[in-house]
Design a protein around this ligand. Structure first.
Ligand code: FPP
Length: 247
């Protein structure tokens, strides 16, 4: 039986616990079209929904929330849209870090920093440092992130260690390989939510999603609210996870 919304905060420390929720925030463009607005405004509304997701996660006692903000493939969008999204992320880092810090949230950013502008990288470094002692929840923003990229980087780093005689290939196991990923000290997601009705992973946490539960929502990301977060948690808590074992 699904837990009620009211139970959500308490249940997260129990057997059916939910530690890490990851979200593919999709549908900003379609929301804009549907409402006769610019794509730029769709993304701005999407940034407002980020606040809702964080509050929903905090209300539910989730320990880690990962948001897919910009994929490695998103660099292929028209230059004006990329510029717009980067400006929005900058604004977010300028305005929201203070709020999340006050909420006891630690901020982490995963993805390729070498494609980001120097000022954004500096802001990320500063925000990560400022919030590093916070323990209530970790907010992971996947930015310029691609899971295949991440896996290749980990494989290359391991190959270099082997060439230097520091690692033995026969000793490579899942745990060791995971440590080479950008998510090295972040637990695997328990639940991955994607909005907009699309049902795919789009190069997001491919390795880490091995045993994740999936929830595909028909609503567009700018319409996502903290109540939707709670409903998603309720849905998850009603599932039976067996991790490949017998019931
Ligand atoms: C997908 O919608 C969304 C994105 C590519 C960007 C996500 C960014 C935000 C929600 C705002 C900024 C984020 C933070 C963390 C401040 P889409 O444009 O692909 O929508 P469509 O598929 O309907 O066109």
């Amino acid at each position: 039986m699904a837990a009620s919304v009211h139970q959500c905060a308490e249940d997260t420390s129990g057997v059916s616990s939910l530690s890490h929720v990851a979200i593919i925030m999709d549908g900003n463009g379609r929301w804009a079209t549907k409402n006769g607005k610019s794509r730029s405004l769709g993304h701005k509304k999407g940034a407002e929904a980020v606040r809702e997701a964080i509050e929903g996660a905090l209300d539910c006692g989730v320990k880690c929330l990962t948001l897919y903000a910009f994929s490695s493939e998103n660099w292929n969008r028209p230059v004006e849209e990329v510029t717009d999204l980067m400006a929005l992320l900058k604004l977010y880092l300028q305005r929201e870090v203070k709020t999340v810090h006050k909420q006891g949230v630690r901020l982490r950013v995963i993805g390729r920093r070498d494609r980001l502008s120097a000022d954004i990288v500096k802001m990320i470094d500063k925000a990560e440092k400022r919030t590093e002692a916070n323990t209530r929840m970790t907010l992971v923003i996947a930015l310029s992130y691609g899971s295949r990229d991440e896996i290749i980087e980990a494989a290359k780093a391991f190959a270099v260690s082997v060439a230097e005689g520091k690692e033995d290939p026969s000793q490579l196991d899942e745990e060791k390989f995971s440590k080479g990923l950008w998510t090295n000290d972040i637990p695997d997601p328990d639940l991955i939510i994607r909005t907009s009705g699309e049902q795919r992973l789009s190069n997001f946490l491919l390795w880490q999603a091995a045993y994740a539960e999936f929830l595909f929502l028909d609503l567009l990301w700018p319409d996502f609210s903290k109540m939707d977060f709670r409903a998603a948690v309720d849905n998850y808590l009603g599932r039976n996870r067996r991790f490949g074992a017998r019931p």
